[in-house]
Ligand binder design. Sequence first.
Ligand SMILES: *Cc1c(COP(=O)(O)O)cnc(C)c1O
Length: 446
Amino acid sequence: MNHERSRTLYDRALSVIPGGVNSSVRAIQPYPFFVQRGDGAHVIDADGNRYVDYVMGYGPLLLGHSLPEPVQAAIQSTASDGPMYGAPTEIEVDLAEFVTRNVPSVEMVRFVNSGTEATVSAIRLARGYTGREKIVVISSGYHGAQPSTLVEGDADDPTPSTPGIPESFTQHTLPVPFNDEERLRAVLSEHGDDVAAVITEPILGNTGIVAPTDDYHQTLRELCDGIGALLIFDEVITGFRVGGLQCAQGKLGVMPDITTFGKIVGGGFPVGAIGGRTEIIEQFTPSGDVFQSGTFSGHPVTMAAGLATLEFVAENDVYDHVNALGGQLRSGIRDILADRAPEYTVVGTDSMFKTVFTRADSPVQAGDCTDGCRQDRSCPRFSECPKSGADVRRGETDRWERLFWPAMKDQGVFLTPNQFESQFVSYAHTEADIEDTLEAYKAFFE
Ligand SMILES: *Cc1c(COP(=O)(O)O)cnc(C)c1O
């Protein structure tokens, strides 16, 4: 595979863009391929190489790269009317109505421009609404590039996870491990009256994909109610991906107080949103006192792309298609690993999939979990499968990055470059793509 042009572009980029990229995860070693264009489920790079794409923009592209005609038409006609106005447009109302009609806990929604902006605003809203300051976050959960959640360590000794965040900020953030009910109870009982909200992804989507064990989220819901704290579901990845149009909260049967969205709801354009009960969301200015504002918020082209995408999804067999192919990938990978790397864990649900390169001295074969780890206590492998972000981080992360990812890339399969981020099936993927992909897995694990 020739990458001469990508190499030259990266060389130029390194002089003018830090690390040569505009989002850190793209800085694949030794240099990333630059994309020329998309084509259905594929991307073609600057040197003309073609890959079946499971990165899919890190989640937004539910329909793949070639948008269906009505979606393209909506985007183009909205853009040609004029890019944006600083005054409301009808399409914002249409998209807000669509979201509130479909997502169980959402009665009202405010649109912003990124998932990060959504979680920043949601946390400010929770603090403003409750009059409390502390936020409980899940260690290794991801809520974007923001100071309230870029905190690591234990709730007794939280520290910034990046330079640039004052130590003093972290006293307002209490990290707890995912799926650890005991620790959660302890932290909430110690800090109860000071906790404004618990923020969690319904499943960890940026650290290996980790599903909740037992009734983790129901317990979380009850514990929040017990101390008068809000429950924030960060559905930036799972929204309109897991559980279909009702999102992960519908699938799990748990009603959060606030939900953050991003990715799919903008149909491939920059977006975020904060939704929830009217009584809470109305605390945002101008109806309430919690300041919230944005030049580009509710951008007409984004709204048109998001609405046309979701309407297309509602009228076609999109979820059946992507979830079925997701299942074929998960069970196909599991079968390939069964003899070759039984210590590895196939994870994911709906159209999300990943393989965690778990370590084990004498691995136990997977049980009936042919469709990705379900955290089933009766599975013989239950105790070996990752329950938290820390469990994922203990895996063979270098093997993924240095050996597995490059080998898959050389076979024309574009996966997420490290062990942590999820991969996605789109409506454009076909059974033939899945078969090719499984052949590539087979070749690597031979
Ligand atoms: C992607 C993501 C974010 C951040 O969204 P951006 O649009 O990248 O700012 C926040 N939370 C979760 C769960 C995400 O997956």
